[in-house]
Design a protein around this ligand. Structure first.
Ligand SMILES: Cc1cc2nc3c(=O)[nH]c(=O)nc-3n(C[C@H](O)[C@H](O)[C@H](O)COP(=O)(O)O)c2cc1C
Length: 357
């Protein structure tokens, strides 16, 4: 870990920010108290909603924590393709007795306002998803003492993160649950995402800033693996999604280990941008036809996903999950951090004892 990052939290374990009400303050606080780095997710929240969660988290822990912000997306969605998809979803709306959402309900969920809040009320760590902020934004966060990270899914994206002046890069492998943090959604590159170990090796040669590894990590032995490969810490989403404090819908938590859901896939079905989720009926039926149109498709399907959750129907929900979902453990988050730290120590000892490290 870079000295600044090590100073912030003792264990090389980061709880991934998970938008949509999953990484609530209670979850982040439990992780921070156990020695990891807990994160709040500001995506889909207003600037004030983000501020209220920060205040709540501060009341629960005095330890350092992070806040994650989505970069606004350039406007390149084809309205005609969004219309065609809306027609395709008409039957879903009838089935769930819901209206389709307005695809044009807003593109950047208050990015600038969030930056103002984060400059006026500095937090220890900020990470960015879906792109890199400008050098000015990073400098402004540095001036108030914030450690800055941004996600990358390729060595080129990692170079862009380093050029922007970020302190570390989150290398997100193709195994990862939820949205891929690609800086630009280019359908022609679908299927070419790198597996985490390959990505870490390539990012290591591309940049000199520390790497936080994300994607499919569910056990301490895997954390030892990514540290040995050159990462400084591991960021886990799906593993924390299953914990007691996670705000994920109970159906979502249960689905992670339900044998009905045998695999995950990257899909645009729910949001218009590639995200990994458990393959369910909605994903199977609509995934192949969903256009590259984020956040329009996110807004369009929002009422359908809510109605499916209300009806207790996991087949119509976005069940974001990484490739390791079957290994999820339903524990209190602090206990999960302890278990992971124990597994990490055992794996490190066996690597060292075997003369590997
Ligand atoms: C339910 C869910 C929501 C997520 N939301 C966000 C988010 O808001 N911001 C972000 O940077 N990453 C988000 N991610 C991706 C994580 O940061 C991370 O890359 C991923 O969880 C790692 O893979 P894993 O789930 O296999 O551990 C989300 C992941 C999941 C599972």
């Amino acid at each position: 870990m870079s000295s600044a990052l090590t100073d912030l939290f003792p264990l090389p374990i980061v709880q991934a920010p998970m938008a949509g009400g999953v990484s609530v303050p209670q979850l982040a606080a439990a992780v921070c108290e156990a020695g990891g780095l807990g994160f709040l997710a500001a995506g889909y929240k207003t600037a004030d909603g983000m501020y209220q969660e920060i205040k709540q988290l501060r009341s629960l822990t005095g330890r350092p924590f992070g806040v994650n912000v989505f970069m606004p997306q350039p406007e390149y969605a084809d309205p005609a393709a969004v219309d065609v998809y809306a027609h395709q979803l008409a039957g879903e709306a009838t089935w769930y007795e819901a209206e389709l959402g307005d695809p044009d309900s807003g593109r950047d969920d208050g990015f600038e306002a969030k930056l103002v809040v984060l400059r006026d009320n500095p937090v220890p760590v900020v990470s960015f998803h879906f792109g890199v902020p400008s050098r000015e934004v990073v400098d402004a966060l540095h001036r108030v003492g914030t450690f800055v990270l941004a996600a990358a899914t390729t060595p080129d994206e990692a170079r862009a993160v380093e050029r922007a002046g970020a302190d570390a890069v989150i290398a997100q492998g193709i195994e990862a649950g939820g949205h891929q943090g690609t800086h630009r959604d280019i359908p022609e590159t679908d299927g070419s995402g790198l597996g985490l170990l390959s990505l870490i090796a390539q990012v290591r040669e591309a940049v000199s800033i520390p790497i936080v590894a994300a994607g499919g990590i569910m056990r301490g032995g895997q954390i030892a693996g990514v540290l040995a490969a050159g990462a400084s810490a591991a960021q886990l989403g799906t593993a924390f999604l299953a914990t007691h404090e996670s705000g994920a819908n109970a159906l979502h938590k249960r689905a992670l280990t339900n044998p009905l859901f045998v695999r995950t896939e990257l899909t645009r079905a729910f949001s218009g941008r590639p995200a990994r989720g458990l393959v369910n009926r909605f994903l199977r039926e609509h995934g192949p036809y969903a256009p590259a149109a984020y956040p329009e498709i996110h807004h369009l399907t929002s009422p359908l996903r809510k109605a499916a959750a209300k009806a207790g129907d996991a087949q119509g929900m976005a069940l974001w999950a990484g490739q390791g979902h079957r290994m999820a453990r339903e524990l209190p988050a602090g206990q999960l951090v302890e278990v992971l730290a124990g597994e990490l120590a055992t794996a490190r000892a066996s690597l060292t004892g075997g003369g590997v490290l």
